[in-house]
Design a protein around this ligand. Sequence first.
Ligand code: UD1
Ligand code: CA
Length: 466
Amino acid sequence: MKTIAIILAAGKGTRMKSKLPKVLHKAGGRTMLAQVLHQVRSAGIDDCCIVVGHGAEEVRQSLPRAENLHFALQMPQLGTGHCVQQALPHIPADCEAALIVCGDTPLLTAETLQNMQEEFCKTGVDGLILTAQMPDPTGYGRIIRSNNGSVSEIVEEKDATPAQKAITEINTGAYIFKFPVLKNALARLTNNNAQGEYYLTDVIKIIAADGGNIDSFTTPDPVETTGVNDRTQLAFAAAELYRRKARELMLAGVTLINPAACYIDQQVTVGQDTVIYPGCQLRGDTHIGANCVIDSDCIITDSILGAGCHLTKCVLTQAAVGDNANIGPFAYLRPGTKLGNNVKIGDFAEIKNSVIGDGSKVPHLSYIGDTDMGGGVNIGCGTITCNYDGVSKHRTTIGDDVFIGSNTNLIAPVTVGTGAFIGAGSTITREVAPGALAVERSHQKEVKGWAEKKSPKALAAKKAAK
Ligand code: UD1
Ligand code: CA
């Protein structure tokens, strides 16, 4: 059945108290809208029309362009029914079914959407509403059934009688309709209700009155259908997404010492037998290999790690790390960092836009920026690449098996040849030939017996003796 998804995302989200359109707030690493879209696509529906309005351009820009992703504009916003009406011109004539979901329900799962679709195809009904039993149904539309048990209408909280308000079966805001039936009913909506809006929910009444067949599909987990209207609900949704991700990883063979204390975004992947300690945040497009230990308090964003790495209290952003790296504590890997295998980046080391070859070590207190470093290099404590002359950035090149003594300054652009040695404390401004020793520091002077004769202590003692 040719199905298109319509996502309602034009509303203002007044209760978020935000300059950002509501659907662009993030939960679990994605914007709510991206999360809803991801679930829709994972449920097998590729064609999608998103209705935007409030912050339309910003919302549009937040998603990558795609052939099967269309945007409709709803301006002004006159209700959910009016919203879906705006999508109609963007829907191909041969469309058979429409799945409608709200952009502010990030907890809906692909599984539920898929089950709903299957039920819709199997039963051949005109409309299927995703409903839930809510202990406290306040604020939601209530499902009204006729004597034979079929759904006859949805009544909004603000239009409900006291008896209707007591109903605990609620409309979650997700539906599938036969498209021609939906289109026909939408054309007949009025705004004769408490909010003066064109309610999408009124199509149920119209279809039922026409003799159409409406059924409900009840989700066993009402949490899934939580709509996010304010930031407390956003935090609830984020916590639930993190909880799900942690569970997914644990079931796939990842150890989380305390799953409630890890924040792992939806897109992240982690290899088997990796152990993650509390306080870690794995964000965005991050992929971690097998058998790693990610010890406490690492923040890893958009980065790739090989297998067998050990990280402690470090920050990685847009970095790529090979196998068996040992990083931290207190290391900072910035964008453009590429580490080979068996690399050590120790405490208080910062690496930026640099390639570091297999087996090289930057064990302590260093800044390595804009550098191409070979393998087997040892960088002494306190070594710094001076990559910025106040106007431009320059590169430093370090060959294989170089030994750089502690507290060296490498003034870029500069090259240190393969197997060269640099004496500690040197400031290197010129190319060092392969295999050479470069030392750049003044000769040590020594004044014999100085402490006894001229030190401040000796002078003070002499004065006191007078
Ligand atoms: C809606 C349903 C209610 C259901 C609830 C589930 C209607 C009339 N009511 O109520 O039965 O229980 O969702 O969460 O549909 N939107 C637009 N344009 C508009 C109005 C809304 O795009 O003109 C979008 C909003 O951005 C939001 C979604 O539609 O993503 C739902 O709108 P909202 O105002 O939150 O509806 P509810 O009052 O929650
Ligand atoms: Ca809502």
